[in-house]
Design a protein around this ligand. Structure first.
Ligand code: GLN
Length: 281
């Protein structure tokens, strides 16, 4: 629970950073495009979206390449036919469309998906990525499009009832996630086992190799529904904001994403996508 206020502060900082970011980025995009802008773009100075779309370059021309870890339902997973499905896939498709780009999904481990965006190997990372101060040092984030909660999964007969009860227990997490970072900060590395993905961590809990799993609430619900004998504690471990990550300084991409996100928020598309995958209780 002690992470809660830190997270809320990080969220507030992110919003103020986002506010600075948008004015700074429109200034720099004007400067960068000043040559090309002389006729067409300058005359549509009111249309910042058109200006950023004109400058937008992508890793593969014509495509919007999204790095992700497709083992994180309902944000990203694969269906029975091997198609990528989930909230992040639908949101990314809806961002790509008005930009005239086709979505290309690159599936990899979560930590690799973050690195791909940081290093410009992908145009963006969407993987239920939490905005944190440390990540803001190495990549830029869009406006937030969803919120998440770090939840604790235990066996139904567990004596763990609150986050404080995790001290002296073995906790399973997904490698490179905020669940791993918070738990190792709070309880020490020796109390946390990182797994390749959330499902593997949950299997370790079922097999008795760990006493609890700390993971985002929405996938937690799906894993518990699929594995009898587990439950989610009522007390949240931390609250977080999800956003889209891009390489630091890629303001054209960030502006394009934020412009598209704003549309999706205003016309109800974003909420409809979330409601499609997360049913109200
Ligand atoms: N929200 C968590 C994070 O950003 C976990 C994301 C994930 O496992 N895909 O670290």
């Amino acid at each position: 629970m002690k992470k809660l206020s830190a997270m809320l502060m990080a969220g507030a900082m992110m919003m103020s950073l986002a506010a600075c970011g948008s004015s700074a980025s429109s200034a720099s995009s004007e400067a960068v495009s000043s040559e090309a802008a002389s006729s067409e773009v300058a005359s549509s100075a009111a249309s910042s979206e058109a200006a950023s779309a004109a400058e937008l370059t992508t890793v593969t021309p014509g495509k919007l390449t999204m790095s992700t870890n497709a083992a994180f339902p309902p944000y990203e997973s694969t269906d029975d036919n091997g198609n990528f499905v989930g909230i992040d896939i639908d949101v990314a498709t809806a961002i790509a469309e008005p930009l005239g780009l086709e979505l290309q999904v690159d599936d990899m481990d979560f930590d690799a998906a973050l690195l791909a965006a940081q290093n410009g190997k992908s145009d963006l990372v969407m993987a239920g990525v939490t905005v944190t101060e440390d990540r803001q040092l190495v990549m830029d984030f869009s406006d937030s499009y969803a919120t998440g909660i770090q939840s604790i999964i235990v066996k139904e007969d567990s004596d763990v009832a609150t986050p404080d009860d995790l001290a002296d227990k073995m906790i399973g997490t997904q490698r490179g996630t905020t669940g791993y970072i918070y738990c190792s900060d709070d309880f020490g590395d020796e109390h946390v086992t990182p797994y390749d993905d959330g499902l593997t961590a949950v299997q370790a809990l079922v097999n008795g190799q760990v006493d609890a799993v700390v993971i985002d609430n929405a996938p937690a619900k799906e894993f518990v529904a699929a594995n009898p004998g587990l439950k989610i504690l009522d007390t949240a471990y931390a609250e977080e904001d999800y956003a889209i990550g891009v390489a630091k300084g890629n303001t054209a991409m960030l502006d394009a994403i934020n412009g598209a996100l704003e549309e999706l928020k205003n016309d109800g598309t974003l909420q409809a996508i979330i409601d499609k995958y997360i049913k109200a209780e």
